[in-house]
Design a protein around this ligand. Sequence first.
Ligand code: NDP
Length: 279
Amino acid sequence: MPDINYPIAGVIGQPITHSLSPLLHHYWLAKMNLFGRYEARDIAVDDINFFFDDLRQAEVGWVGCNVTLPHKIAALENCDSLSPTAKKIGAVNTITLRDKKLYGDNTDGFGFIKNLESWQDFRDSKKSCAVILGAGGAARGVIYGLQALGYQHIVVINRTLDKLQNLQKDFGVIIAGINDIKKYLDEANILVNATSLGLAGEDVPIDFKKLPKGILLHDIIYGATPTPFLKKGRQFGFATRDGLDMFIYQAVIGFKQWFHSDKNPPIDDELRQYLLSCR
Ligand code: NDP
């Protein structure tokens, strides 16, 4: 058996090769002079329960993992205990191993909140109503974050109705069709794209000419090239934000737990540039 006496964490998903999480965690480990390793593991849906059983039996050094698509619900079902946040969001993205038990948390909402709090345009705007496009797993973290920030009126628009109805039941949000969006946007200070439209350069079905003056445009997708949603938004003079800081902040809680750091890891432009240059 290898003699490993430093913590090992990782991210599981499929596909996983595109994940920036190993680069992010190794950047922080190096900057903070901490020992540890962080791996990306490609796990098929059929193998996911075996992975969690193995993790519970603690492969030497393993302390936990991040979980990404398509395993966030399976992670919820496999954990021995859950944080209140994971229960509310209905998915797990961060697992910590304690005494051969898996503790599941969801840090997407935390990442979204911290990211908004670090955005000057958001701090300067008056919170009113928020409109979200998309009702998938990420939208649940976004809604959780907005409600924690005090938003009373959150409107969610999505192509598929049953996901909207689940969000209405779980979070008490207003649900609407794309044709009704205008009346809600007029009341809103922020419009969030939480669909996957834009990942491959697709447009979001929004008429930018009809957006109210001063509304903030936030895409939770991130990459070296802005999505059409952000690109058009900037052309029309709106303040915009991508999802990079949400991604970075959601990683902080796991990093501190797994690698025994009392201090927050550094989040600055050097890190952002580094991650984008690797994207
Ligand atoms: P899901 O697959 O759970 O949800 C995808 C959403 O996009 C659904 O609402 C889906 O609608 C909608 N959608 C997809 N294709 C279309 C289309 N052609 N027309 C209209 N709507 C469409 O994914 P996630 O919620 O997990 O992720 C969504 C995005 O958020 C991804 O791009 C991901 O990269 C990003 N993300 C960013 C994070 C960050 O930290 N910055 C964290 C997590 C995700 P429908 O229900 O009708 O299928």
